[in-house]
Each structure stands twice: as C-alpha cells, then as structure tokens.
Design a binder for this molecule. Structure first.
Ligand SMILES: CC(=O)SCCNC(=O)CCNC(=O)[C@H](O)C(C)(C)COP(=O)(O)OP(=O)(O)OC[C@H]1O[C@@H](n2cnc3c(N)ncnc32)[C@H](O)[C@@H]1OP(=O)(O)O
Ligand SMILES: O=C([O-])CC(=O)C(=O)O
Length: 375
C-alpha cells in the first residue's frame, strides 16, 4: 500500500469535485457557477443567486418572478413549529434556535419523494428569518408575530420582521449584497460537514442541521459576532490600535482576520462589504465604528501580514443595519443555506461515503486486565 499522507486540518487536500464555485483559483478568483462575485454583488439579487446556485443557471425573467413569489409564499410557520420555538429558552443562542428549528422541521415536514431537496431548500430559505424572529419577538416581549410579509426580497423580509417596519433602501441593498457574499464558498467547514452528512444518504435536514452547528464556531461563521464584540470595546481608533497591538503581542487571535485559502491575498468579498459598511456609516452620520475597523485592519496587516475576511467588515455593516450581534451568524445561515443545498444536491448526484483514515497514536497492544485487578 502506498504511504498515506497526512495534512492537519486537511489543508491542501482535494476532497471532491464541485461545479458550484471556484475559490482562490488563479485566473478565476471567487465565482459562483462561473460568474464573478464582484458582478453578482453589484448587479444580481440574492434570490437570483440562490436560484443560480441551487438550479445551476441564472433564472430568466419569468423564472425569477415565479421563484421570488414562491419563496415569499413559503414564509409562514406551522402551529407545531411555533410551539417548539415558544418552548426554547429566551437565553438560547439564535444559532441554536435555528439548528433546533431546522431539526424539528425535519420531523414535521420530512423529506419524501414528493417533498425533496429542492422543495426543502426553498422552504428553509423562506422560513429561516421568520423562524428566528418569531422566537425573538415572542421571548423579548411576548408578541406572536406574523411571519409572512409583503417584502419581495429576502433581505427586506428579514429586516422588516426584525424592526417591525420596512427597512430603508440603503439597508435593504446592503443586506442583499451581504447575502450574496455569504451564499457560497466551496468546501468550507460547514459545507463540508453538510456533504459528509449527505454522503451517508442521511436526509436533507440532517445535512443542514450539521452545517448550522458547524458554522456557529468562532473560527468559521461565529467570527462575525466575535469581530463585533471586539469593535464594541473601543471608543476611538487610537484605543483600538493600542489594544489590538497588545493582543497580537500576547499571541491572541483577532477574529475576522486570516483565511485558510486567502492566506497571501485579500478575501475578494472583503472590499465589497467594506464599501457597504462605509456607505452605511456615512448615511448614519456615524463613522466611528468604520474608522475603528479601518485602524484595526491597518494594524493587523502591518503586525501580522493578515487580511480581513468577509466576517470583519460584515460586523460593522450589520451593526449599522440595527441587527443585534447575536443574530450576525444566523444571517450567514439565511444566505449559506443556498450553498449548502446546492452542495447536498451535488454530493447526492455522484455519491461516495466520506471515510478518511487516522494515524493511530494510542498505546501499543496490551493485555486486558480483569476488573478486580485494577485500581
Ligand atoms: C467566513 C469565514 O468563515 S472566514 C473565517 C472566519 N474566522 C475567523 O476570522 C477566525 C480568525 N481566523 C483564524 O482563526 C484562522 O485564520 C482561520 C481559522 C480562518 C484559518 O486557519 P488556518 O488556515 O489553520 O490558519 P493558521 O492557524 O495556520 O494561521 C497561520 C498563522 O497565522 C496566525 N493567524 C491566523 N489567523 C489569525 C488571526 N485571526 N489573528 C492572529 N493570528 C492569526 C496563526 O496563529 C498562525 O501563526 P503561526 O504560524 O505563528 O502559528
Ligand atoms: O471558506 C472558508 O473556509 C470560510 C469562508 O470564508 C466561508 O465559508 O465563507
């Protein structure tokens, strides 16, 4: 047998093929099914991008109108799901609410031949914002909100349910662009987790539930919340610089920086969300958070040679849209469910179970001691 190679964290290991996105490939950059992220973020809507990822091609005008209408028609929660959400603790983390809500839905609207991957993907896309905000409003002030809304876009729907009124146009556009940026990123940890789960022929909800759990960690999606907690500690760029230099000197990680793939280059999504953060700050007449973010970026670049990833400027952008910090990673879920769905469908189309091997580092073979002789 050929010598097996070991790469911690599977760095540099090709674990499969995909036609969904290219990430950090020379001459390609970041593309969703061949379209550059810069073009999609500037010209498309999140619904177009979700359709592109899940169905494999951009929708024409008729398909687009029907898809938006279909998603908008799937926003209502069943009475059974509302009961589950009401039972969850008020102090639960919103990511745990989504993880549990997704799993519970799998028992109420299970995957069948008639209700398969595409139908469930649409339902989850449509439902996740309402699922979270039903729980949020019920536990915050006892209100059982209506989770259908007249908002055509996913972005507008989420912000409307959150604030109880239609969002401003700039916030709506910023959120739409952010959902596009967060929608897909090849074999990242949560998507890989969804594919591993799908590879056992488990059901669609199992794969998405596993992905949500994986996304929550601060080394992955949870970094946008951690970045906000860091930014929120400072009253000025000078204060931020001093503290971040001290953190780096102490060997601490600065959340929202670094990336497994974009090690020597910028995450191409970062300048796009940075511009939205700047525009939101200008429109609010509140540049402080943005200035603090810029200063931290300069310090981390100079001291560690690290670039911000998508999570860093998403933090200030989301804060300026009035989103509570504990909902930052859930917003990532609202978008990434499109990518996860596409990957589960792709995995199923040419499946082989994932089963790598481990290098054994435990004790050498030894005799079993009877219970009475131990201790
Ligand atoms: C949308 C997303 O999910 S993007 C990722 C979001 N996650 C974060 O922002 C968390 C902070 N970043 C990190 O922890 C890492 O950069 C990861 C998890 C993103 C990538 O991890 P890896 O590819 O394993 O990078 P690795 O840990 O090998 O980093 C290389 C070096 O840079 C350092 N480094 C990496 N990220 C950071 C950081 N954010 N702050 C300080 N130092 C860092 C490491 O300590 C390591 O230094 P060393 O060589 O002296 O040991
Ligand atoms: O690709 C990764 O490792 C993490 C990431 O940026 C993402 O999932 O968007």
């Amino acid at each position: 047998m050929a010598a097996l190679s070991f790469s911690p964290g599977l760095e540099g290991v090709v674990a499969g093929t995909t036609a969904i996105s290219s990430v950090g490939k020379e001459q390609f950059g970041l593309t969703y099914r061949g379209y550059a992220i810069e073009d999609l973020a500037a010209h498309a809507t999140f619904e177009e991008v979700a359709f592109l990822l899940i169905h494999g091609a951009l929708p024409d005008a008729g398909e687009y109108a029907r898809y938006r209408k279909r998603l908008a028609g799937l926003r209502e929660l069943s009475a059974a799901l509302k009961t589950v959400l009401e039972q969850l603790p008020a102090k639960a983390h919103p990511m745990d609410v989504l993880r549990t809500g997704c799993s519970a839905l799998g028992t109420m609207e299970p995957e069948t031949e008639a209700h398969g991957a595409h139908q469930i993907a649409d339902r989850l896309l449509a439902l996740f914002p309402g699922m979270l905000l039903y729980w949020h409003h019920f536990h915050r002030d006892g209100r059982r909100i209506e989770t259908a809304s007249a908002e055509e876009s996913h972005a507008g729907h989420f912000l409307h349910l959150l604030h109880g009124r239609p969002p401003g146009e700039l916030q709506r556009q910023a959120m739409d662009a952010s959902l596009i940026l967060y929608a897909e990123h090849e074999f990242n940890a949560s998507t890989f987790s969804a594919r591993v789960t799908a590879s056992t022929l488990a059901d669609f909800y199992a794969a998405i539930t596993a992905a949500i759990g994986t996304l929550r960690g601060p080394l992955h999606g949870g970094a946008n919340e951690e970045a906000m907690r860091l930014l929120g500690r400072f009253a000025s760029p000078e204060e931020a610089e001093e503290a971040v230099r001290a953190m780096i000197a102490a060997g601490e990680k600065i959340m929202g920086f670094g990336h497994r793939i974009y090690k020597k280059s910028l995450d191409p999504r970062s300048p796009i969300i940075q511009q939205w953060s700047r525009r939101l700050a200008e429109a609010a007449g509140n540049p402080l958070l943005y200035r603090i973010s810029e200063r931290i970026e300069a310090v981390v670049r100079q001291a560690k040679g690290l670039y911000p990833n998508l999570d860093f400027y998403s933090a200030s952008a989301y804060h300026l849209c009035g989103i509570p910090t504990s909902m930052f990673t859930p917003v990532f879920v609202f978008a990434r469910v499109a990518g996860w769905a596409a990957h589960v469908i792709e995995q199923r189309s040419a499946n082989r179970i994932f089963r790598p091997v481990a290098d054994y580092t435990g004790p050498a073979p030894r005799p079993y001691p009877p219970l009475a002789t131990r201790g």
